[in-house]
Design a protein around this ligand. Structure first.
Ligand SMILES: Nc1ncnc2c1ncn2[C@@H]1O[C@H](COP(=O)(O)OP(=O)(O)OP(=O)(O)O)[C@@H](O)[C@H]1O
Length: 363
Protein backbone atom coordinates (compact mmCIF):
# COMPACT_ATOMS: atom_id res chain seq x y z
CA UNK A 1 0.00 0.00 0.00
CA UNK A 2 1.12 3.59 -0.63
CA UNK A 3 1.67 6.19 2.10
CA UNK A 4 -1.42 8.13 1.05
CA UNK A 5 -3.76 5.14 1.22
CA UNK A 6 -6.15 4.95 4.15
CA UNK A 7 -6.73 1.90 6.34
CA UNK A 8 -10.47 2.34 5.87
CA UNK A 9 -12.28 4.67 3.51
CA UNK A 10 -16.02 5.20 3.27
CA UNK A 11 -16.92 6.66 -0.14
CA UNK A 12 -20.33 8.34 -0.41
CA UNK A 13 -21.90 5.70 1.81
CA UNK A 14 -25.66 5.76 2.28
CA UNK A 15 -27.64 3.22 4.30
CA UNK A 16 -31.43 3.37 4.16
CA UNK A 17 -33.46 0.93 6.28
CA UNK A 18 -36.79 -0.04 4.73
CA UNK A 19 -39.27 -1.84 6.93
CA UNK A 20 -42.72 -2.91 5.71
CA UNK A 21 -45.38 -0.34 6.61
CA UNK A 22 -42.84 2.12 8.06
CA UNK A 23 -41.16 5.25 6.70
CA UNK A 24 -37.64 4.51 5.40
CA UNK A 25 -34.84 5.55 7.81
CA UNK A 26 -31.70 7.12 6.34
CA UNK A 27 -29.16 5.99 8.94
CA UNK A 28 -26.18 7.18 6.84
CA UNK A 29 -26.52 9.94 4.30
CA UNK A 30 -23.69 10.19 1.73
CA UNK A 31 -20.91 9.71 4.29
CA UNK A 32 -17.30 9.99 3.13
CA UNK A 33 -14.37 9.61 5.51
CA UNK A 34 -10.76 8.38 5.40
CA UNK A 35 -9.35 6.63 8.46
CA UNK A 36 -5.55 6.42 8.55
CA UNK A 37 -3.30 3.48 9.37
CA UNK A 38 -2.43 3.19 13.08
CA UNK A 39 -4.78 5.89 14.21
CA UNK A 40 -7.20 6.01 17.11
CA UNK A 41 -10.24 7.29 15.28
CA UNK A 42 -13.51 8.03 17.06
CA UNK A 43 -17.06 8.28 15.73
CA UNK A 44 -18.83 10.64 18.12
CA UNK A 45 -22.45 11.71 18.08
CA UNK A 46 -25.80 11.50 19.84
CA UNK A 47 -27.91 8.37 19.97
CA UNK A 48 -29.30 7.38 16.57
CA UNK A 49 -26.85 9.46 14.47
CA UNK A 50 -25.55 6.38 12.59
CA UNK A 51 -22.33 5.42 14.43
CA UNK A 52 -23.14 1.73 14.89
CA UNK A 53 -24.49 1.48 11.35
CA UNK A 54 -21.13 2.68 9.97
CA UNK A 55 -19.23 0.18 12.17
CA UNK A 56 -21.49 -2.66 11.03
CA UNK A 57 -20.82 -1.80 7.39
CA UNK A 58 -17.06 -1.85 8.00
CA UNK A 59 -17.36 -5.18 9.86
CA UNK A 60 -19.46 -6.68 7.08
CA UNK A 61 -22.54 -7.38 9.24
CA UNK A 62 -24.53 -5.08 6.93
CA UNK A 63 -24.21 -3.55 3.45
CA UNK A 64 -24.49 0.03 2.12
CA UNK A 65 -27.54 0.98 0.08
CA UNK A 66 -25.13 3.08 -1.96
CA UNK A 67 -21.40 3.85 -1.95
CA UNK A 68 -18.45 1.68 -0.99
CA UNK A 69 -16.14 0.80 1.88
CA UNK A 70 -12.47 0.38 0.98
CA UNK A 71 -9.83 -1.42 3.04
CA UNK A 72 -6.36 -0.28 1.99
CA UNK A 73 -7.89 0.95 -1.27
CA UNK A 74 -9.76 -2.29 -2.07
CA UNK A 75 -13.56 -2.56 -2.08
CA UNK A 76 -14.41 -5.04 0.68
CA UNK A 77 -18.02 -5.66 -0.36
CA UNK A 78 -17.27 -9.22 -1.62
CA UNK A 79 -15.63 -10.25 1.70
CA UNK A 80 -17.83 -11.87 4.36
CA UNK A 81 -17.22 -10.66 7.95
CA UNK A 82 -14.96 -13.57 8.95
CA UNK A 83 -12.67 -12.96 5.96
CA UNK A 84 -12.16 -9.26 6.75
CA UNK A 85 -9.00 -8.35 8.70
CA UNK A 86 -11.33 -6.50 11.04
CA UNK A 87 -12.51 -7.47 14.51
CA UNK A 88 -15.17 -6.00 16.79
CA UNK A 89 -15.44 -5.45 20.53
CA UNK A 90 -19.09 -5.06 21.44
CA UNK A 91 -20.63 -3.07 24.26
CA UNK A 92 -21.87 -6.32 25.83
CA UNK A 93 -18.43 -8.02 25.35
CA UNK A 94 -20.27 -11.19 24.13
CA UNK A 95 -17.91 -13.55 26.01
CA UNK A 96 -18.68 -17.27 26.46
CA UNK A 97 -19.51 -17.56 30.20
CA UNK A 98 -18.92 -21.34 30.43
CA UNK A 99 -15.41 -21.04 29.00
CA UNK A 100 -12.25 -19.94 30.77
CA UNK A 101 -10.49 -16.67 30.00
CA UNK A 102 -7.86 -18.59 28.00
CA UNK A 103 -10.50 -20.54 26.03
CA UNK A 104 -12.36 -17.34 25.17
CA UNK A 105 -9.19 -15.88 23.70
CA UNK A 106 -8.19 -19.05 21.81
CA UNK A 107 -11.67 -19.71 20.38
CA UNK A 108 -11.37 -17.39 17.35
CA UNK A 109 -7.87 -18.65 16.57
CA UNK A 110 -9.10 -22.26 16.62
CA UNK A 111 -11.92 -21.32 14.24
CA UNK A 112 -9.29 -19.89 11.90
CA UNK A 113 -7.46 -23.24 12.04
CA UNK A 114 -4.22 -21.85 13.45
CA UNK A 115 -1.68 -24.45 14.73
CA UNK A 116 -1.97 -25.42 18.42
CA UNK A 117 1.48 -24.15 19.42
CA UNK A 118 0.84 -20.80 17.77
CA UNK A 119 -2.52 -20.50 19.54
CA UNK A 120 -0.97 -21.19 22.93
CA UNK A 121 1.77 -18.62 22.41
CA UNK A 122 -0.71 -16.08 21.15
CA UNK A 123 -3.11 -16.57 24.11
CA UNK A 124 -0.23 -16.06 26.55
CA UNK A 125 0.96 -12.95 24.69
CA UNK A 126 -2.55 -11.50 24.72
CA UNK A 127 -3.01 -12.24 28.44
CA UNK A 128 0.25 -10.44 29.10
CA UNK A 129 -0.81 -7.49 26.93
CA UNK A 130 -4.00 -6.95 28.96
CA UNK A 131 -2.34 -7.84 32.31
CA UNK A 132 -4.51 -10.92 32.92
CA UNK A 133 -1.97 -13.80 33.09
CA UNK A 134 -3.13 -14.85 36.58
CA UNK A 135 -6.75 -15.38 35.52
CA UNK A 136 -6.18 -17.60 32.48
CA UNK A 137 -8.07 -20.59 33.93
CA UNK A 138 -10.93 -18.66 35.53
CA UNK A 139 -14.36 -18.79 33.86
CA UNK A 140 -15.46 -15.43 32.46
CA UNK A 141 -18.61 -15.64 34.62
CA UNK A 142 -16.30 -15.48 37.63
CA UNK A 143 -14.41 -12.26 36.84
CA UNK A 144 -15.27 -8.57 37.25
CA UNK A 145 -16.70 -6.26 34.57
CA UNK A 146 -13.35 -4.54 34.03
CA UNK A 147 -11.63 -7.94 33.69
CA UNK A 148 -14.29 -9.09 31.21
CA UNK A 149 -13.59 -5.97 29.20
CA UNK A 150 -9.89 -6.87 29.06
CA UNK A 151 -10.70 -10.44 27.94
CA UNK A 152 -12.97 -9.09 25.20
CA UNK A 153 -10.11 -6.89 24.00
CA UNK A 154 -7.57 -9.72 24.17
CA UNK A 155 -9.92 -11.99 22.20
CA UNK A 156 -10.47 -9.36 19.52
CA UNK A 157 -6.75 -8.57 19.23
CA UNK A 158 -5.62 -12.23 19.17
CA UNK A 159 -5.99 -12.85 15.39
CA UNK A 160 -3.98 -9.64 14.75
CA UNK A 161 -6.65 -7.73 12.86
CA UNK A 162 -5.60 -4.69 10.84
CA UNK A 163 -8.56 -2.75 12.19
CA UNK A 164 -10.32 -3.06 15.56
CA UNK A 165 -13.87 -1.75 15.84
CA UNK A 166 -14.99 -0.80 19.35
CA UNK A 167 -18.70 -0.10 19.84
CA UNK A 168 -19.11 1.81 23.13
CA UNK A 169 -16.92 -0.78 24.88
CA UNK A 170 -16.60 1.16 28.14
CA UNK A 171 -20.21 2.15 28.71
CA UNK A 172 -20.96 -0.70 31.16
CA UNK A 173 -18.08 0.26 33.47
CA UNK A 174 -18.26 2.62 36.43
CA UNK A 175 -16.59 6.04 36.19
CA UNK A 176 -13.24 5.16 37.74
CA UNK A 177 -12.81 1.91 35.83
CA UNK A 178 -13.83 3.65 32.62
CA UNK A 179 -11.06 6.23 33.16
CA UNK A 180 -8.54 3.42 33.76
CA UNK A 181 -9.68 1.52 30.67
CA UNK A 182 -9.44 4.67 28.53
CA UNK A 183 -5.72 4.85 29.32
CA UNK A 184 -5.41 1.10 28.82
CA UNK A 185 -7.06 1.23 25.38
CA UNK A 186 -4.79 4.07 24.31
CA UNK A 187 -1.77 2.00 25.44
CA UNK A 188 -3.00 -1.11 23.59
CA UNK A 189 -3.52 0.88 20.41
CA UNK A 190 -0.03 2.40 20.61
CA UNK A 191 1.62 -0.96 21.43
CA UNK A 192 -0.14 -2.98 18.73
CA UNK A 193 -0.16 -0.30 16.00
CA UNK A 194 -3.64 -1.50 14.97
CA UNK A 195 -6.12 1.07 13.64
CA UNK A 196 -8.83 1.54 16.28
CA UNK A 197 -12.27 2.82 15.27
CA UNK A 198 -14.03 3.70 18.48
CA UNK A 199 -17.71 4.59 18.84
CA UNK A 200 -18.98 6.73 21.67
CA UNK A 201 -21.54 9.39 22.51
CA UNK A 202 -19.33 10.58 25.39
CA UNK A 203 -17.49 13.69 24.22
CA UNK A 204 -14.98 13.66 27.07
CA UNK A 205 -14.02 10.07 26.22
CA UNK A 206 -13.56 11.06 22.57
CA UNK A 207 -11.43 14.10 23.40
CA UNK A 208 -9.09 12.26 25.75
CA UNK A 209 -8.46 9.15 23.65
CA UNK A 210 -8.59 10.00 19.96
CA UNK A 211 -6.03 11.03 17.38
CA UNK A 212 -8.95 12.28 15.29
CA UNK A 213 -12.70 12.49 15.81
CA UNK A 214 -15.60 12.48 13.36
CA UNK A 215 -18.62 14.27 14.81
CA UNK A 216 -21.86 12.83 13.45
CA UNK A 217 -25.45 14.02 13.48
CA UNK A 218 -28.50 12.60 11.72
CA UNK A 219 -26.57 10.27 9.40
CA UNK A 220 -23.95 12.83 8.37
CA UNK A 221 -20.37 13.59 9.37
CA UNK A 222 -20.24 17.27 10.30
CA UNK A 223 -16.53 17.61 11.08
CA UNK A 224 -13.41 15.47 11.16
CA UNK A 225 -10.40 16.74 13.08
CA UNK A 226 -8.05 16.45 16.01
CA UNK A 227 -9.59 16.79 19.49
CA UNK A 228 -8.13 20.31 19.61
CA UNK A 229 -9.69 21.30 16.28
CA UNK A 230 -13.07 19.84 17.21
CA UNK A 231 -13.11 21.61 20.57
CA UNK A 232 -11.43 24.89 19.69
CA UNK A 233 -12.45 25.34 16.06
CA UNK A 234 -15.88 23.72 15.73
CA UNK A 235 -17.16 23.85 12.17
CA UNK A 236 -20.72 24.71 13.08
CA UNK A 237 -23.20 25.33 15.83
CA UNK A 238 -24.07 21.65 16.38
CA UNK A 239 -20.42 20.66 16.94
CA UNK A 240 -19.80 23.64 19.25
CA UNK A 241 -22.88 22.73 21.28
CA UNK A 242 -22.30 18.97 21.40
CA UNK A 243 -18.64 19.15 22.44
CA UNK A 244 -18.12 20.70 25.85
CA UNK A 245 -19.94 23.73 27.13
CA UNK A 246 -20.13 26.93 25.19
CA UNK A 247 -21.69 30.38 25.21
CA UNK A 248 -23.68 31.49 22.17
CA UNK A 249 -23.96 35.20 21.44
CA UNK A 250 -25.97 36.89 18.72
CA UNK A 251 -23.80 39.24 16.66
CA UNK A 252 -23.62 41.43 13.59
CA UNK A 253 -20.57 40.94 11.38
CA UNK A 254 -19.15 44.33 10.32
CA UNK A 255 -16.14 43.28 8.26
CA UNK A 256 -13.87 40.30 7.63
CA UNK A 257 -10.14 40.51 7.02
CA UNK A 258 -7.69 37.60 6.85
CA UNK A 259 -9.79 35.11 8.85
CA UNK A 260 -10.78 37.68 11.48
CA UNK A 261 -14.16 39.35 11.77
CA UNK A 262 -15.01 42.58 13.49
CA UNK A 263 -18.38 41.93 15.14
CA UNK A 264 -20.89 43.87 17.22
CA UNK A 265 -22.50 41.75 19.91
CA UNK A 266 -26.15 42.23 20.76
CA UNK A 267 -24.95 43.87 24.00
CA UNK A 268 -23.39 46.60 21.81
CA UNK A 269 -19.78 45.53 22.45
CA UNK A 270 -17.39 45.42 19.48
CA UNK A 271 -14.98 42.48 19.50
CA UNK A 272 -12.75 40.59 17.09
CA UNK A 273 -13.58 36.92 16.34
CA UNK A 274 -12.12 34.10 14.24
CA UNK A 275 -14.28 33.25 11.21
CA UNK A 276 -15.22 29.66 10.39
CA UNK A 277 -14.66 28.56 6.81
CA UNK A 278 -17.35 29.40 4.29
CA UNK A 279 -18.90 32.23 6.24
CA UNK A 280 -20.60 35.00 4.24
CA UNK A 281 -19.93 38.48 5.66
CA UNK A 282 -22.39 41.24 6.59
CA UNK A 283 -25.04 39.04 8.11
CA UNK A 284 -26.37 38.02 11.47
CA UNK A 285 -24.15 35.40 13.04
CA UNK A 286 -23.57 33.35 16.14
CA UNK A 287 -20.42 33.97 18.11
CA UNK A 288 -19.22 31.21 20.42
CA UNK A 289 -16.96 31.59 23.44
CA UNK A 290 -15.92 28.71 25.72
CA UNK A 291 -16.57 29.43 29.42
CA UNK A 292 -12.87 29.03 30.28
CA UNK A 293 -11.88 31.60 27.64
CA UNK A 294 -13.55 34.52 29.40
CA UNK A 295 -12.82 36.29 32.68
CA UNK A 296 -15.05 38.05 35.13
CA UNK A 297 -13.83 41.50 36.14
CA UNK A 298 -15.05 44.06 38.63
CA UNK A 299 -14.85 46.84 36.01
CA UNK A 300 -16.65 47.01 32.64
CA UNK A 301 -15.18 44.42 30.22
CA UNK A 302 -16.27 43.49 26.70
CA UNK A 303 -19.74 42.90 28.13
CA UNK A 304 -21.52 43.61 31.41
CA UNK A 305 -24.09 41.68 33.40
CA UNK A 306 -25.30 40.48 36.78
CA UNK A 307 -24.20 37.23 38.49
CA UNK A 308 -27.18 34.86 38.38
CA UNK A 309 -25.75 31.71 39.92
CA UNK A 310 -22.47 30.27 41.19
CA UNK A 311 -21.86 26.52 40.86
CA UNK A 312 -18.88 24.90 42.61
CA UNK A 313 -17.33 21.86 40.82
CA UNK A 314 -14.31 21.13 43.02
CA UNK A 315 -11.63 21.86 40.44
CA UNK A 316 -13.41 24.94 39.12
CA UNK A 317 -16.43 27.17 39.58
CA UNK A 318 -19.01 28.07 36.94
CA UNK A 319 -20.34 31.59 37.33
CA UNK A 320 -23.54 32.17 35.38
CA UNK A 321 -24.09 35.77 34.37
CA UNK A 322 -27.21 37.40 32.91
CA UNK A 323 -25.92 39.85 30.26
CA UNK A 324 -27.34 43.37 29.91
CA UNK A 325 -29.43 42.18 26.93
CA UNK A 326 -30.84 39.27 28.99
CA UNK A 327 -28.76 36.46 27.41
CA UNK A 328 -27.02 33.95 29.71
CA UNK A 329 -23.21 33.67 29.74
CA UNK A 330 -21.11 31.25 31.81
CA UNK A 331 -17.55 31.90 32.90
CA UNK A 332 -15.45 29.01 34.21
CA UNK A 333 -12.83 29.90 36.75
CA UNK A 334 -10.24 27.51 38.13
CA UNK A 335 -10.42 27.29 41.92
CA UNK A 336 -7.55 28.32 44.12
CA UNK A 337 -6.93 27.01 47.60
CA UNK A 338 -8.49 28.78 50.55
CA UNK A 339 -10.92 31.06 48.89
CA UNK A 340 -14.21 31.54 47.14
CA UNK A 341 -14.57 32.63 43.54
CA UNK A 342 -14.38 36.33 44.44
CA UNK A 343 -17.88 37.18 43.16
CA UNK A 344 -21.35 37.10 44.67
CA UNK A 345 -24.82 36.41 43.36
CA UNK A 346 -26.48 39.67 42.28
CA UNK A 347 -23.16 41.46 41.74
CA UNK A 348 -22.73 43.70 38.65
CA UNK A 349 -19.70 42.42 36.73
CA UNK A 350 -17.79 42.87 33.49
CA UNK A 351 -16.75 40.00 31.20
CA UNK A 352 -13.48 40.11 29.31
CA UNK A 353 -13.10 37.68 26.39
CA UNK A 354 -9.58 36.31 25.80
CA UNK A 355 -8.03 37.40 22.52
CA UNK A 356 -8.63 34.82 19.73
CA UNK A 357 -11.22 33.03 21.88
CA UNK A 358 -14.39 34.20 20.13
CA UNK A 359 -15.41 32.45 16.93
CA UNK A 360 -18.06 33.28 14.36
CA UNK A 361 -20.09 30.26 13.22
CA UNK A 362 -22.64 29.67 10.58
CA UNK A 363 -25.94 28.60 12.08
N1 LIG B 1 -32.25 -2.58 11.36
C1 LIG B 1 -32.76 -1.35 11.39
N2 LIG B 1 -33.98 -1.10 10.89
C2 LIG B 1 -34.52 0.15 10.88
N3 LIG B 1 -33.87 1.24 11.40
C3 LIG B 1 -32.65 1.05 11.92
C4 LIG B 1 -32.03 -0.24 11.95
N4 LIG B 1 -30.82 -0.12 12.54
C5 LIG B 1 -30.67 1.19 12.87
N5 LIG B 1 -31.78 1.89 12.49
C6 LIG B 1 -32.00 3.34 12.65
O1 LIG B 1 -30.90 4.01 12.03
C7 LIG B 1 -30.52 5.14 12.77
C8 LIG B 1 -29.05 5.03 13.16
O2 LIG B 1 -28.88 3.96 14.10
P1 LIG B 1 -27.48 3.58 14.75
O3 LIG B 1 -27.68 2.36 15.60
O4 LIG B 1 -26.44 3.54 13.71
O5 LIG B 1 -27.23 4.86 15.69
P2 LIG B 1 -26.11 5.11 16.79
O6 LIG B 1 -25.53 6.45 16.50
O7 LIG B 1 -25.17 3.97 16.85
O8 LIG B 1 -27.00 5.19 18.11
P3 LIG B 1 -26.68 4.67 19.62
O9 LIG B 1 -25.63 5.61 20.18
O10 LIG B 1 -28.01 4.83 20.30
O11 LIG B 1 -26.22 3.24 19.53
C9 LIG B 1 -31.47 5.22 13.95
O12 LIG B 1 -32.52 6.09 13.63
C10 LIG B 1 -31.97 3.80 14.08
O13 LIG B 1 -33.25 3.76 14.67
Amino acid sequence: MTATQSAIEAKSVTRIFQSAGLEPVTALDDVSVKIRENEFFTLLGPSGCGKTTLLRLIAGFDFPTDGEILLHGQDIAPLPPFKRPVNTVFQSYALFPHMTVGQNISFGLEMLGRPKAEIEARVDAMLKLVHMQDLKNRRTSQISGGQQQRVALARALAPQPKVLLLDEPLSALDYKLRKEMQIELKRLQAETGITFIFVTHDQEEALTMSDRIAVMSAGKILQVGSPWAIYDRPADRFVADFIGETNFLIAQVNSIDDGKASVTLSSGANISATVAEGFTPNSKATVVVRPEHAKLVKSAGDMTGVVDNIVYFGTDTHIQVRLSDGAPFTVRQQNKRNGGCGFEKGEHVGIRIDSDAAQVLKD
